[in-house]
Design a protein around this ligand. Sequence first.
Ligand SMILES: NS(=O)(=O)/N=C1/NCCO1
Ligand SMILES: [Zn+2]
Length: 262
Amino acid sequence: KGSTWGYGEENGPSLWHKDYPVAQGSRQSPIDIVPSEASFDPRLAPIQLSYDQCTSINISNNGHSVVVEFDDSDDRSVIHGGALPNPYRLRQFHFHWGEKGCHGSEHTVAGKAFVSELHLVHWNAEKYKTFGQAAQEPDGLSVLGIFLETGDDHRWLHKITDALYMVKFKGSVSDFKGFNPKCLLPSSLHFWTYPGSLTTPPLHESVIWIVLKEPIVVSEKQMGKFRMLVFNGEEEDSRSRMENNFRSPQPLKGRKVLASFK
Ligand SMILES: NS(=O)(=O)/N=C1/NCCO1
Ligand SMILES: [Zn+2]
């Protein structure tokens, strides 16, 4: 059967272009964000996250990351502002991380990587009928990226890390209701924004990226709980700890990064 993509020696990011040629395209993500080369754009509207009516449904291990999915059947939880033409609907969020004490973010800032990166995935439901269709359009998706750095415990992240034992194996799903990701935001919503892609196959060039400048702080202990997840299914022989599930920065190819702040 076709070998599926992953983050290992035999199926990792450097090989994805074989099944997904767009991997070598002109608007791939992530990128290294160089603040001194980003231009402040006063016309960028502030980011607004209207998540108060959001409805989380479940938490699952898809063999690549841990994902919390939302009911996106109406506009109850949307992001707007930035360079977005209209509100985009929250569909899911997930994380990327490294191994103990190492880096794991996808975007970097002037070459600095963070221990992890949270992605809140939204889609343009005003213009497209389904997420799948939007994911193939240049203005179809918007992903909000938030860096994680280590320090004290994050006071709300335990709601997620306490549920990870339920989704240790690929294919496991567990109820996860009543979680509002607003509790995972830093105090400043200053951001960079640029046109890019999904950072996982199929790598569609359909994402308007919004990356917050200020990281949130989580403890090494909390990060350790992500690393007890495994890439493999419960029945598989291969046992591999879920870590280093990040793609490295891709060529900018002439793209401009805008900043919402001076
Ligand atoms: N890392 S990412 O760019 O958010 N990738 C995806 N894939 C499906 C949804 O988000
Ligand atoms: Zn992601």
